[in-house]
Design a protein around this ligand. Structure first.
Ligand code: NDP
Length: 263
């Protein structure tokens, strides 16, 4: 049978390129878990994806209710779950004030980490039941959260410290909107969320790999300086970042290439 893979945030960038690469093999049915169904439908059409190899389902990671709803809908579809790819993310490097998810958590950590954490936690049961020979749960990480890389040393650096902001609700009311309890910084919140994603995979591996046989990993796809991730950055940055990555760091990869890597 075909493998069945769920990819979050498959309406653009890496998620779309990965969905396309997998759908074109003919060996996968791709469930594209996205918040904007119309945008995703248009994106699959312009990417020329074979219709019989994908389904679009609604998932908005900004709401934990929506995550639960997605899991229910997915189960009702009676597809097996062989691979889960947590790819969606938001990045708000220029935000002066925090914004919040439906349940009131700071938006970047709420979307990138808490939404995916709940999704992974719930769908672990479905992955366990799959009879596919190589079951996987992959979260897209980032070197910006790794202090042993150049990009990871550009301030503000990721740092979770003793998690006091998270412990107090991450809601900007009776606690800071940052995991470490500090002042809000949108770029740091993104990096923190990616550290959480990577740590989550290490911990899932430690707790569940032996018992379930599932491969848990985080993956850095390379720097795709042209995707929608940078949509909130200042225009000068968006103009200079792609050539900087292409010619100076030489870390640039195209969306199609990084999609193949993740696929
Ligand atoms: P894009 O902005 O192109 O893609 C992000 C995707 O996430 C979009 O499909 C977007 O949907 C979706 N998304 C955002 N918020 C939500 C939400 N609340 N619910 C559901 N989906 C949501 O960026 P990239 O392709 O670059 O990013 C993909 C992954 O790659 C991210 O995890 C990012 O951290 C990672 N990454 C990217 C790098 C790069 O250089 N670009 C480098 C390292 C890692 P919508 O279209 O509706 O906005």
């Amino acid at each position: 049978r075909k493998g069945c893979v769920v990819i979050t945030g498959a309406s653009s960038g890496l998620g779309l390129a990965t969905a396309k690469a997998l759908a074109e093999t003919g060996k996968w049915h791709v469930i594209m878990a996205c918040r904007d169904l119309l945008k995703t439908e248009r994106a699959t059409k312009s990417a020329g994806m074979p219709k019989e190899n994908y389904t679009i389902m609604h998932l908005d990671l900004v709401s934990l209710d929506s995550v639960r709803q997605f899991v229910n809908n997915f189960r009702r579809s009676e597809n097996p779950l062989d691979v889960l790819v947590c790819n969606a993310a938001v990045y708000q490097p220029t935000a002066k004030e925090p914004s919040f998810t439906a349940e009131g958590f700071e938006l970047s950590v709420g979307t990138n980490y808490l939404g995916h954490f709940l999704l992974s936690r719930l769908l672990l049961e479905d992955l366990k039941q799959s009879d596919y020979p190589s079951k996987r749960l992959i979260i897209v990480g980032s070197i910006t959260g790794n202090s042993n890389t150049l990009a990871g040393n550009v301030p503000p650096k990721a740092n979770l410290r003793d998690l006091r902001g998270l412990a107090r609700g991450l809601n900007g009311l009776n606690s800071s909107a940052m995991i470490d309890g500090g002042d809000f910084d949108g770029a740091k919140a993104y990096k923190d969320s990616k550290v959480c994603n990577m740590l989550t995979m290490q911990e899932f591996y430690r707790r569940y790999h032996e018992e379930t046989g599932i491969t848990f990993a985080s993956l850095y796809p390379g720097c795709m300086a042209t995707t929608g991730l940078f949509r909130e950055h200042i225009p000068l940055f968006r103009f200079l970042f792609p050539p900087f990555q292409k010619y100076i760091t030489k870390g640039f990869v195209s969306e199609a290439e990084s999609g193949k890597r993740l696929a």
